[in-house]
Design a protein around this ligand. Structure first.
Ligand code: MG
Length: 419
């Protein structure tokens, strides 16, 4: 079969009238139904661990943070649902489970049929045995125009020879040659129709979906990718993967977020600072309880996941936050950070105020923040200073606070800087 491949069109070169793919609803079919007999004895390869993490889980993680994906299906062997759930861990809840067929082609078709009700416009097909695909490579596929039929493929750098039946061999020109990988991207309805037609014809020999779509008359685009997105097939591949994970230690993914807040002082009889009500001859003015310490810390936490600021999540225009205790905001930010995979290691707040004195309340403030974020007391720091009577804070017109939050993320997770 002659292969005709078109190179990826740079997104910047698109005509304005051409519909871009970004923003289209996308489904994922993660194909994990193979038995992987070439990988040796033991459990199917997608349920084995590399670097301590199941292969299927690693593959699923690569797609976990991609917002365009609105429906996920994992295709598993008839007896493998429990193994697949165990391997996926908390990500299992984000997938529908489908039983595969006797060939990869049938397994993909089963996955596509299961996705049909979701109404997705496009679909990514990915082999679970390729756990090292880069998030940036998946995003490059998704940036292609609507209706693209495309695959990741790595340029071939070795010289190529074809072995002939008579024991001799012949050179094959290397120019333009790419080793086909997954994920592959398709317009959903066209891929499903082509699969259904191939099944009706009894045409069952396709080893990948781009091959099937090319046979149906579609042009296949290549998005060049890294050879690191290799398929775990043989015991050697597993050894290579283990060595790779050991010898290229992930960069520690430690993020430090910063926050600042200031509120004016007006008439009143108390202020709330870092969750503690302190009797005072003035009050902080604001929509909520005007706790500048917790507002600054909330912003610092949101910064570590690039999630905007406190106003993004709790608009001052929303009447339900009138007089609200700011521990609600802090707890929300902590939960967002944790669900993004972060472990909060330090919450550090500096309050700048001429009065009241913070020292007598420091322990209570530390406890309030530790409780709201589920931290040990030693991971919370409260500091205070006056402004030496300089400027607006020095004239007691207001109180401000600065905060930093330190959060550590799993360096092997999707979106981490080393991948
Ligand atoms: Mg505020």
């Amino acid at each position: 079969m002659r292969r005709r491949v078109a190179h990826a069109i740079p997104v910047t070169g698109l005509h304005w009238g051409m519909q871009r793919g970004a923003g289209m609803t996308t489904g994922l079919v993660l194909v994990a139904a193979g038995r992987g007999t070439r990988a040796g004895d033991g459990p199917a390869k997608q349920y084995r661990r590399v670097g301590g993490v199941p292969v299927l889980r690693r593959s699923a993680e690569r797609f976990a943070t991609i917002g365009a994906i609105s429906a996920r299906v994992v295709v598993v062997g008839p007896d493998d649902a429990a193994d697949a759930r165990a391997a996926l861990g908390d990500l299992a809840a984000t997938f529908d489970f489908v039983t595969g067929g006797t060939t990869r082609q049938q397994s993909v078709l089963n996955g596509l049929r299961a996705l049909a009700a979701s109404g997705v416009e496009r679909v990514l097909i990915h082999d679970a045995a390729r756990p090292f695909v880069r998030v940036s490579e998946i995003e490059a596929l998704l940036a292609l125009p609507a209706n693209s039929v495309a695959t990741l493929a790595a340029p071939v750098h070795d010289s190529l020879r074809r072995m002939l039946d008579d024991g001799s061999s012949a050179a094959v020109p290397r120019e333009g040659m790419h080793a086909v990988q997954t994920p592959q991207l398709f317009p959903f309805a066209r891929l499903l129709a082509s699969h259904e037609a191939a099944e009706t014809r009894g045409d069952t020999g396709f080893t990948d979906d781009c091959g099937l779509m090319q046979a149906a008359g579609h042009t296949v685009t290549i998005v060049p990718s890294s050879p690191g997105n290799f398929k775990l097939t043989t015991p050697d591949d597993f050894a290579h993967a283990e060595a790779m994970l050991m010898t290229t230690p992930a960069l520690p993914d430690i993020r430090v977020g910063h926050g600042y807040d200031i509120h004016t002082l007006g008439p009143g009889d108390h202020v709330t600072l870092c969750g503690v009500r302190i009797p005072h001859d003035r009050a902080l003015e604001g929509h909520s309880d005007a706790d500048v310490g917790l507002h600054a810390l909330t912003d610092a936490l949101l910064a570590t996941i690039g999630a905007g600021d406190i106003g993004t999540h709790f608009p001052p225009s929303d009447p339900q936050w009138r007089g609200a205790a700011s521990t609600i905001f802090l707890r929300h930010a902590g939960n967002l950070v944790r669900s993004a995979g972060g472990r909060i290691t330090l919450a550090d707040v500096t309050i700048v105020a001429e009065a009241p004195k913070i020292g007598p309340h420091r322990a209570a403030m530390t406890e309030a923040i530790a409780a709201a974020l589920g931290l040990e007391l030693t991971r919370v720091s409260i500091k205070a200073t006056t402004n030496e009577q300089i400027g607006a804070i020095g004239r007691k017109e207001g109180i401000c606070a600065m905060a930093t939050a330190t959060v550590v993320f799993d360096a092997n997770a999707a979106g981490s800087p080393h991948v």
